[in-house]
Design a binder for this molecule. Structure first.
Ligand SMILES: [Zn+2]
Ligand SMILES: [Zn+2]
Length: 260
């Protein structure tokens, strides 16, 4: 499978996944023109996309969904519990929204979802398995425990949220209510939380970890990377050998990962 993030962060999220028979998007939180350009550079004509998989209805994940749906009229998948909120929000995508409740198959992909504790109608992480290998995307998590590690077991690549540096958030100028929301159990994972998960995920067989959904105000790629690196080192896990860790960002596309 091929995978790339076009953008990842609190201002917009979109990833492309291509298997032998499927070309899909995970979230469309970016302008249509940027998406079209990104897809062409990836090697997919935008009208050849098979479906969009939406994690949740927050605008950093769906801001471009309506424009994309209006022009290309593609199937949009969303979890049953988030369906109504998304349907109300995205008029043009309405008739093509398919809701699901539990694992299902889409073309050559087996799709499974993870319920994220996050303050939206419903938020899910995705796991796509083509029968040969699997890729998971799990962002917008308030808490994460061993069930998340079980969910990504067998995945070669995982996009994991590493949203904020706890100290930057505490010392920053967000109002207290927002600080509590971001750091709370319905907010976002900190670098420290992500770093602990990185250790467990490596033990569960994950070979490549992409740290993403970084806060623009309370994090930096360096802080996110070093938090995880430090935790891996403490556990005698060698970055670059036992697991490769990359940081994916808001303003730059990731590299194109080919996972076999
Ligand atoms: Zn959200
Ligand atoms: Zn988000």
């Amino acid at each position: 499978m091929k995978f790339q993030t076009l953008c990842s962060g609190s201002k917009g999220n979109c990833a492309i996944l291509q298997s032998q028979h499927s070309k899909i998007l995970i979230d469309v939180g970016l302008p249509l023109s940027t998406l079209e350009k990104g897809l062409l550079e990836f090697g997919i004509r935008p009208d050849k996309i098979d479906a969009v998989f939406v994690t949740h209805e927050h605008s950093d994940h769906v801001s471009g969904l309506e424009a994309f749906s209006k022009k290309y009229d593609k199937q949009v998948f969303v979890h049953k519990k988030g369906f109504l909120t998304l349907a109300k929000k995205s008029y043009y995508a309405n008739h093509k929204i398919t809701h699901f409740d539990g694992p299902f198959n889409f073309k050559d992909l087996h799709v499974d979802t993870f319920c994220c504790s996050h303050d939206s109608a419903y938020c899910c992480g995705y796991r796509f398995d083509d029968g040969n290998t699997a890729i998971a995307t799990v962002t917008d998590l308030g808490v994460a425990d061993s069930t998340l590690v079980d969910f990504v077991k067998g995945c070669k690549l995982v996009l994991l949220e590493s949203n904020h540096d706890e100290q930057m958030l505490a010392k920053g100028d967000y109002p207290d209510i927002l600080k509590r929301r971001v750091g709370g159990i319905k907010g976002h994972l900190s670098n420290t939380q992500a770093s602990r998960l990185a250790v467990e995920m490596q033990k569960a067989g994950v070979k490549r970890l992409l740290l993403g959904h970084l806060s623009q105000n309370n994090n930096s790629p360096e802080l996110a990377f070093y938090a995880t690196l430090e935790q891996l080192n403490k556990n005698n896990i060698r970055e670059g050998v036992d697991i490769i860790v990359d940081v994916v960002t808001q303003d730059k596309k990731s590299e194109v990962y080919i996972i076999e």
